[in-house]
Design a protein around this ligand. Structure first.
Ligand code: OGA
Ligand code: MN
Length: 281
């Protein structure tokens, strides 16, 4: 018998997992492997109304891999990072405005860390309006290309930067802001990621700045067109949060973004990130 009851949410991405409570999450053997398999198949798993306590979330995430502790210190529980625009709950909240654009986490690390394997968010407080989280399959984006396009894109490389993603939400930065963004190294990645599994995905999103060796504007137009097609409404699952929902996404195979919400909103998501063990190659 399967450990999980899974129902697809759209034809391309996302599935709802039911029949669990937060105790089973922490206790059942083989559960971590079942979740990782389902994540590979569906890209996003929604656990409605789980009401996971922060420590239980971290315990659950340990079953999925190694936890990212690089952002510890913003929440009393190690492994938990509050995603909120409320600066009283997170002093680096300003950076989070970049979550309003489609992106893949971890394309511009401070060092040479691999992109995170998976990210877990649980809703503590939700926005009155907006503040949904949307997902689109980056595997689906590749699979939908024509054979010609697949051949043409196969060798392209793209430079990603923190500056590119921050400029979209802060188009008129101060010199100090620019200097802080530029302190983060840029990273060159292939446009097409061939995963260990053999599947291929497109590496797109707000951090993608330009295509190496291509006219700047032409390259940016290509990236914008690919992103538009990847995130067409028919390819998107949009999660409308209720307090207590938990959502996990495969950060390597899906693009995600938050839909706009009032910057004064008390929306708060508790996040745990599972480290990646695979380079973009
Ligand atoms: C993130 C993120 C989106 C949201 O935590 O990486 O992009 O809806 N969050 O808060
Ligand atoms: Mn993100």
């Amino acid at each position: 018998m399967s450990l999980l009851t899974i129902d697809k949410l759209t034809s391309s991405v996302g599935a709802q997992v039911t029949g669990l409570d937060s105790e089973t999450l922490g206790s059942s053997d083989g559960f971590g492997a079942a979740v990782l398999d389902a994540l590979e198949d569906h890209g996003v798993l929604v656990f409605p109304g789980l009401h996971l306590e922060p420590q239980a979330q971290v315990t659950f995430c340990r079953r999925l891999g190694q936890i990212d502790h690089s952002s510890d210190g913003h929440h009393p529980v190690a492994g938990i990072y509050p995603v909120t625009l409320d600066t009283s709950k997170n002093s680096s909240a300003a950076y989070l405005r970049a979550t309003f654009d489609w992106h893949i986490d971890g394309c511009t690390p401070t060092g040479d860390e691999y992109p995170q394997k998976a990210t877990v968010l649980s809703a503590r407080q939700v926005a009155e309006r907006g503040g949904e989280t949307q997902f689109a399959s980056a595997y689906g984006a590749y699979d939908a290309l024509s054979d010609d396009e697949k051949a043409r894109l196969a060798s392209l490389r793209v430079v990603h930067s923190l500056e590119a993603s921050q400029r979209r939400v802060t188009p008129d930065p101060t010199p100090e802001q620019v200097a802080r963004w530029r302190a983060r190294p840029t990273h060159e990645h292939p446009l097409v990621w061939t995963h260990r599994s053999g599947r291929k995905s497109l590496v797109l999103g707000a951090s993608a700045d330009y295509v190496v060796g291509m006219d700047l504007e032409e390259g940016r137009a290509l990236l914008a067109d690919l992103l538009d097609r990847a995130t067409e409404a028919d390819n998107v699952y949009s999660h409308n949060w209720s307090v207590g929902d938990t959502v996990i996404w495969d950060n390597r195979g899906v693009l995600h973004r938050a839909t706009p919400y009032d910057p004064g909103s008390s929306r708060e998501m508790l996040r745990t990130t599972i480290l990646g063990d695979e380079p973009i190659q």
